[in-house]
Write a protein that binds this ligand. Sequence first.
Ligand code: PMP
Length: 352
Amino acid sequence: MRSLLRPHIGGIAEYTLEHRECRIKLNQNENPYDLPEEIRSEILRRVAAEHWSRYPEFVPSRQMAKVAAFTGWRADGVLLGNGSNDILQLLFACALDAGRGVVISQPTFTLYRLLAEALGAPVRNVPMTRSFTVDTDAVIEAVNTTDAAMLVLCSPNNPTGGQIPVPEVERILKSTRALVVLDEAYVHFAGASAVQLLARYERLVVLQTFSKAMGAAGLRFGYALLSPDLARQLTKVKLPYSVNIFTLIAAEVFIDRWESLKSWIGALVSERSRLFTALDAMEGIRPYPSDANFILFETLRRSPAEIFSALLSRGILIRDVSRYPMLERGLRVSVGTPEENTQFIDALGEVL
Ligand code: PMP
């Protein structure tokens, strides 16, 4: 019998995340701080005044203009999505097929590989250096020798935490002809963005999200910044109304209130250094410097699975990333509130 789905779908390794109720949740790089009550109420008041029976605007131009002002890019080069995952899928679907492959610097966010495999597109993985920086020369060579249609880079990179310096991104753009997708999901914790390169390189697409620094993972809002021409082409294929009115309104309020919200960032960045120092001082633990809101560390004695389970039994959920390429001894912990981080550090000290 003919298979119900395209046959290669059966061969794709599943990307699963088991749901676990936990006292301290440090596994998904979420912002531990929730929105102040007064801002929540403002969003709810504005949502209540909308016509829920009507579709959102076909082109949500007000929110596109807000995102443009927020990021310093042009409004006709903004694509809004139901999370940045939504835009990633659109980009992959428009750029790749069996004859048009992608280069991915690894280890990185698993979804890139998955989306490419779903499309039956060839994937060339390029290992990072041993200190988990992007191997720029190897990436350029892989893009050029495979004549890849797309290169995906993540900066700061999930799960390793480091950034690609903007001049390196530019060197890659200058030395290749592929579409370069730069996922800046964690950019607000890093300080440096490649948005300034957009004016000079029409092949660059920058993705950002409100799921991390903005503390709005549950609302699902992400966007691409790109050339107006590419935006027009992709819009032809994009599902209409993928961002609902609730999220559109909330996103506007987040941007309007960003000045007061962004103190989150300072608090998380200073907790990140405290966490790093504590991990670095532990025997048998090797943390890697991070520009994001999580830290990758290697456990040199007990296995990652053992440490993960021992922490879980103490009510602390982190992420076992030991199945990622190069990370056989890897665990990743998101930066939580000071109390959560202290409890994590104490518990890790006990279970080592
Ligand atoms: N890119 C990276 C690198 C991520 O780590 C994540 C979240 N895990 C996403 C994109 C997805 O973000 P969103 O919630 O906007 O879909």
